[in-house]
Design a protein. Structure first.
Length: 131
């Protein structure tokens, strides 16, 4: 499931059409960011509208790691998609807060909170469709 490369493990799972869950484990820094770039590249296709980064097991992020996250965010925004980050460790959340990496509404405490939000959005969209 996870593939280790220089202290970073990346597991990608297609959740829905155009939506992927990317689970990370280890350090996202100047020694490991290329592993994420290589693994995420096939996912970043025009049809991709949602990438969820589950960072529960990321214990460190550097500016090189942030640069990859910003690249993913920019790609998705250019395609009218979204990047969502879930389950940040306190020290990584502090870094994200300092650099204002994402709007607060795109960062979730855990996957349960994220699932509730996604359920709400889908129900809201279906309700609009039926009106």
């Amino acid at each position: 499931m996870f593939e280790d490369k220089a202290e970073l493990a990346v597991a990608i799972e297609k959740k829905v059409e155009g939506g992927f869950l990317v689970r990370l484990r280890g350090r996202l820094d100047s020694d490991t960011y290329k592993a994420l770039e290589q693994k995420i590249k096939p996912v970043l296709a025009p049809a991709t509208k949602l990438v969820i980064l589950d960072m529960e097991k990321i214990n460190y992020v550097s500016s090189a790691g942030l640069a990859v996250i910003f690249q993913i965010k920019k790609f998705l925004e250019d395609k009218e998609g979204s990047l969502i980050i879930a389950s940040l460790q306190p020290q990584v959340k502090k870094v994200m807060d300092i650099v204002k990496a994402l709007p607060k509404e795109n960062i979730f405490e855990d996957r349960e909170e994220l699932d509730k939000y996604l359920d709400y959005i889908q129900k809201k969209t279906l309700k609009k469709k039926d009106e």
